[in-house]
Design a protein around this ligand. Structure first.
Ligand SMILES: Cc1cc2nc3c(=O)[nH]c(=O)nc-3n(C[C@H](O)[C@H](O)[C@H](O)COP(=O)(O)O)c2cc1C
Length: 367
């Protein structure tokens, strides 16, 4: 059943599983975590240009929906952007590479949104090195042209669903080529698919990496509204399973449990339903490279949205913990030039429309 699949998307993959169910409309209505998704409808409702741009930036994709951004607005016309290191993911992201990519997505979205009010933004990255702010951004009025990708900000998603196997056209692939390497070749797609399945299994069967995800699960509407981040497991069907004791943190942590095994099967079915991939690589692997990768990923994701394509990051094979060493090496062999780093790998294809994922409001992120 479709809902089972959605349920298990939360086991390891990260992100939003706002499950819907047939025939339960009224209950569904009452289980929607309205508070957690309110920042989407509040975006743009700010007069002050920096706050207005930031109210969109918080909608950026980011690993495990940690939303690690913090901003300081004390200097006029300037935003100091920090990464909140209390939100680190030490097991799956030991060097905070992925979290830094998420900061790049945030920064790019802020710049795109600022252009809508005519503001250009001068960005100074890591002015004090890795221990200071990620960036100081100075807003200048009346100089920027509107960035047209802004039109797709509200519809952008990470789509954690099976895709249909319609091929991605050569035209679409070339529209995405400025941001990522697009793979549509059948043999290479099959190799990458196998790699993502293997890597997912390693993460799910390594207790400490699995636990890092399970600890970030928000189970049901009340938890999602109280902590609108992490891996949200919601909707009437999943909440019914929770009430029945069939969906619990304990079961999610036990690879021997029936639920976990079924979840693995269905998750792997989703990973398999992938006709193409997108990869963002960089020559080096400095913080600047990681920010650049995030900025490209955000533009890629807005462009896939524009083209009616779905995009879903699948990061397991790119993670730098020892058990992942072999898939990591294979990912680099398949996807990057020698010595380059694969920063992002995503499933690409035609997927269903999915819900908005929770966010903390911008007010919670201002220092
Ligand atoms: C660097 C990075 C790595 C990510 N890795 C994964 C992943 O491995 N699996 C996954 O399901 N989602 C992954 N995501 C997507 C996030 O879970 C998603 O952005 C977040 O939950 C917010 O949802 P949204 O993008 O739909 O707004 C990743 C996102 C980023 C920026």
């Amino acid at each position: 059943m479709a809902l089972s699949r959605r349920a298990v998307l939360g086991i390891v993959g990260g992100g939003s599983i706002l499950a819907a169910t047939g025939g339960a409309g009224a209950f569904l209505g009452t289980r929607t975590p309205h508070k957690a998704i309110r920042p989407w409808s509040a975006a743009g409702n700010y007069e002050e240009p920096r706050r207005r741009a930031l109210s969109y930036a918080i909608l950026a994709p980011n690993p495990h929906n940690r939303q690690p951004w913090l901003v300081d607005l004390k200097e006029p016309d300037s935003v100091k952007i920090y990464r909140d290191k209390d939100l680190n993911l030490p097991e799956t992201d030991p060097y905070a590479r992925q979290l830094t990519i998420g900061m790049g997505c945030f920064l790019e979205l802020m710049v795109i949104a600022a252009s809508q009010t005519g503001h250009s933004v001068d960005v100074d990255l890591f002015p004090d090195g890795d221990n200071g702010p990620v960036a100081t951004a100075v807003f200048k009025s009346g100089v920027a042209e509107k960035d047209l990708l802004f039109a797709h900000v509200m519809d952008r998603r990470s789509c954690k669903e099976p895709f249909d196997m319609r091929p991605v056209s050569a035209d679409a692939a070339s529209a995405l080529a400025p941001f990522a390497a697009i793979t549509t070749d059948d043999a290479l797609v099959a190799d990458i698919r196998e790699l993502t399945l293997e890597a997912w299994n390693i993460e799910a069967n390594t207790h400490r990496t699995l636990k890092e995800s399970v600890d970030l699960m928000r189970m049901g509407k009340a938890e999602i509204n109280a902590n609108p981040d992490g891996i949200d497991l919601g909707g009437p069907f999943l909440e019914t399973l929770m009430l029945a004791g069939m969906l619990s943190r304990e079961a999610q942590l036990d690879p021997e449990s029936t639920g976990f095994k079924e979840g693995t099967r269905i998750y792997q079915e989703m990973l398999s339903a992938t006709p193409a991939y997108a990869a963002v690589t960089t020559n080096g692997n400095s913080r600047l490279d990681q920010i650049d990768a995030g900025r490209r990923w955000l533009r890629l994701n807005l462009t896939t949205t524009k083209l009616g394509l779905a995009l879903h990051p699948v990061s397991q094979a790119l993670q730098e913990f020892p058990e992942m060493a072999q898939p990591y090496a294979r990912a680099h062999k398949l996807l990057a030039k020698s010595g380059h780093t694969v920063q992002m790998l995503g499933r690409l294809g035609y997927g269903p429309t999915v819900e908005r994922s929770p966010r903390w409001p911008i007010e919670k992120k201002i220092i």
